[in-house]
Design a protein around this ligand. Structure first.
Ligand code: FAD
Length: 261
């Protein structure tokens, strides 16, 4: 039987862009370009390698996000995933991590899965909580923060590198795993892959398709609230030390003043 892999990928605001909060303290996603979260490229890569090793496997990439989030799906499809699911609904605006995990879990169950692969964290929210929440909602084991992962005989095996120890971990499928940025470079989509991605199926679901009530998600259903947000102050020009014989001394004095030395 085919190994069904679902990879959760997030469409995030470009970190090099000018990011702002909207009046309701949510991220103003209309104002900035987005892209596939770099940390989720590692998840796609590991799923592709697992699929290569399996006799028969199918990779579905899944995202919750606005219309533009399809760009993240297209990138994952051009890397080699087989099909995509896009969950979009106006009522998702303001959804927190718990709500996001509810929607992802329902979409994963509807898709059908043996293995769910996530990144270690998104590059915007960076909470790193979704894999654990998903495993809990799906009622399956989670093996998180893996720098090496493989699947054989209905079991997922991985290596987790910590500061003091390296662990080898195993779980029976179905399971949820998350992979780190140490798991191996993500491949670049080839020209052939980019052309093929245009023809791969992308299914769109809204909350009704997933039998989720709108008050379970969005700002109304959120368990967490943002009380305030302050924009980062603009960068100042800095201090320029002109070396007229005393440059080294001035530099040392500056560093000492900042308590760096
Ligand atoms: C349209 C939209 C509006 C939102 N508005 C708000 C808001 O106003 N306030 C708020 O607190 N939160 C909001 N969220 C939720 C928030 O952006 C995060 O998705 C959520 O809180 C998870 O936290 P994180 O990004 O830190 O995920 P992490 O736990 O760091 O992510 C770990 C992994 O989970 C997977 N993952 C995470 N998010 C998604 C996703 N959307 N689709 C597919 N896979 C995913 C990826 O594999 C990722 O690597 C919104 C989300 C969406 C999609």
């Amino acid at each position: 039987m085919s190994l069904r892999i679902v990879v959760c990928v997030k469409y995030v605001p470009d970190a090099t862009g000018d990011r702002h909060f909207a009046e309701d303290l949510t991220v103003d996603r209309d104002d900035v370009d987005g892209l596939l979260s770099e940390l989720d490229e590692y998840a796609v890569e590991q799923a592709l390698q697992i699929a290569d090793e399996a006799d028969d496997a199918e990779i579905t990439v899944l995202t919750i996000g606005p219309e533009d989030a399809k760009d993240a799906l297209r990138k994952a499809l051009s890397m080699g995933a087989d099909k995509a699911v896009h969950v979009e609904d106006d009522d998702l605006h303001g959804t927190d991590a718990l709500g996001t995990s509810l929607v992802l879990a329902k979409a994963i169950e509807k898709t059908g899965y043996d293995l769910v692969v996530c990144g270690m964290a998104s590059t915007d929210g960076t909470m790193g909580v979704l894999p654990a929440m998903l495993a809990e909602r799906l009622g399956v084991p989670q093996v998180s923060l893996l720098s090496e992962v493989s699947v054989a005989d209905g079991t997922v095996t991985g290596r987790r590198d910590g500061d003091t120890a390296t662990e080898r971990l195993q779980a029976r499928l179905p399971a949820v795993v998350s992979v780190t940025d140490q798991s191996g470079e993500a491949r670049y989509p080839s020209f052939k892959g980019i052309m093929a991605a245009k023809k791969k199926p992308v299914t769109s679901w809204d909350l009704e398709d997933l039998e989720i009530e709108s008050d379970e998600v969005g700002l109304e259903g959120a368990w967490t609230a943002v009380d305030g947000a302050t924009e980062r102050p603009a960068r100042t020009a800095g201090t320029i030390v002109k070396d007229e014989g005393e440059g080294g001394k001035q530099l040392a004095e500056f560093l000492a003043g900042q308590k760096f030395i």
